[in-house]
Design a protein around this ligand. Structure first.
Ligand code: FEO
Length: 400
């Protein structure tokens, strides 16, 4: 994809990675991603972020396409993760910038990644302003959104915020702006990205949004480093969505996440789902044999209640559930009700193990149900009632 002028003398020069499927365990099938980076052509030509190393050739072409033989004076590095800083060492060598601006934590991460000796790095804590000619750039640290080094770069003259990972979506497209694509798809992918990457840092999101509001920045273009950019009223839409995601308010929805050996736990899951649906709760059943943990996490993020199911296996739970729970706990979902179901043959630890996970994730526990071998009518009826009890807990939570 060729460079795109997003304002006078400001260009998107990113790369589209149609084949990317996995970011540290987060996978959104068939969607790919983009590594957005930007070039500002002013008295001091400024490059904002780079791209993943395998796109070094594309980056060089895009820069040459915009600049011809003109040099780059400044680099701004908002985040050191290799999908954005992967070409940094190559770019420093080729373009020999006068300055490399990064956050205080960015400088530490840059040293730890590149072990550089004589790079012209200048640390820019929050509030630092630099002049690049007709424009100024102001830096705002966004620590732990989602790495300690993250920062945002704001250009007041053009009302642009370069937000790095924040407001991103993993979606490889030929379109560049949010107003050019299907809104519901965009929202789903932005939510998916949030649920699988940003979620543990929700308190930081709330604090950062408040700080940005207090700084009263006039923003009419939001440029994340992944996916579509936002312009005009879509900027406020993106900020509002992040506020909503970060608050994690419960919805009238439950997800049953389970694995099953000989279908007993699955029968129990279906009975719990019937009890929930009977009380008007929207419910999803997700068997770990058929669903990726990233897709499950999106449903967990949206749900007021999470019901975990596994038979007892080798005195514990089935491995796909252990994988899911490790992933889920790390993402620290808040404000959830939890419950457990499971069948067993002899030792019967499954429900105890699942309950421990529920407690470790600070979920409000609704009485679990376990069944020896195969559920009969009475035990399925018990599961149905468990679904109704979870529905009542959801209603109480929604009323808080
Ligand atoms: Fe898109 Fe944290 O890298």
């Amino acid at each position: 994809m060729k460079p795109l002028a997003i304002k006078d003398d400001i260009y998107w020069i990113g790369s589209v990675d149609w084949n990317r499927r996995n970011f540290h365990g987060y996978s959104k099938s068939h969607m790919g991603t983009t590594y957005n980076n930007y070039l500002i052509v002013d008295e001091k030509v400024t490059l904002i972020d780079t791209v993943a190393e395998e796109f070094w050739g594309t980056l060089k072409c895009n820069i040459a396409n915009v600049l011809g033989d003109r040099k780059i004076d400044y680099f701004v590095i908002n985040h050191l993760e290799p999908d954005h800083a992967g070409c940094l060492a190559l770019a420093v060598e080729k373009y020999q910038p006068e300055k490399i601006y990064t956050s205080p934590m960015g400088q530490k991460a840059m040293m730890a990644h590149f072990h550089y000796k004589d790079w012209p790095v200048e640390v820019v804590p929050t509030g630092t302003n630099i002049n690049i000619g007709k424009r100024n750039l102001t830096f705002v640290e966004t620590r732990m959104l989602h790495w300690p080094d993250a920062m945002l770069t704001y250009c007041p003259e053009d009302k642009i915020a370069f937000t790095n990972d924040a407001f991103g979506q993993n979606w490889a497209t030929s379109e560049r702006f949010a107003d050019e694509v299907d809104r519901s798809k965009l929202e789903e992918l932005m939510r998916n990205y949030y649920a699988n990457i940003v979620l543990p840092y929700s308190p930081v999101v709330i604090k950062t949004l408040k700080a940005l509001e207090e700084m009263n920045l006039d923003i009419d273009t939001v440029c994340p480093d992944h996916g579509l950019m936002f312009r005009g009223e879509d900027c406020a839409w993106a900020f509002k969505k992040y506020q909503e995601y970060a608050e994690q308010k419960p919805k009238n929805k439950a997800v049953i996440v389970y694995d099953t050996m000989w279908h007993s736990t699955e029968k129990m899951a279906k009975a719990v789902a019937s009890g929930l649906a009977e009380e008007g709760v929207s419910v999803r059943l997700m068997c770990m044999k058929n669903n990726h943990h990233s897709d499950v996490m999106l449903e967990v993020f949206d749900s007021a209640a999470v019901i975990l199911g596994s038979p007892t296996h080798n005195n514990g739970i089935l491995p796909l559930m252990a994988d899911m729970l490790t992933y889920m706990k790390g993402l620290r979902p808040q404000n959830k009700i939890g419950s457990a179901i499971g069948s067993f043959g002899w030792s019967g630890e499954c429900v105890k193990v699942l309950t421990q996970w529920i407690e470790d994730m600070n979920m409000e526990l609704v009485e679990p149900v376990k069944v020896k071998h195969v559920p009969d009518h009475d035990t399925l009826s018990q599961c149905f009632d468990q679904g109704k009890a979870i529905a009542a807990a959801i209603k109480a939570k929604l009323a808080e």
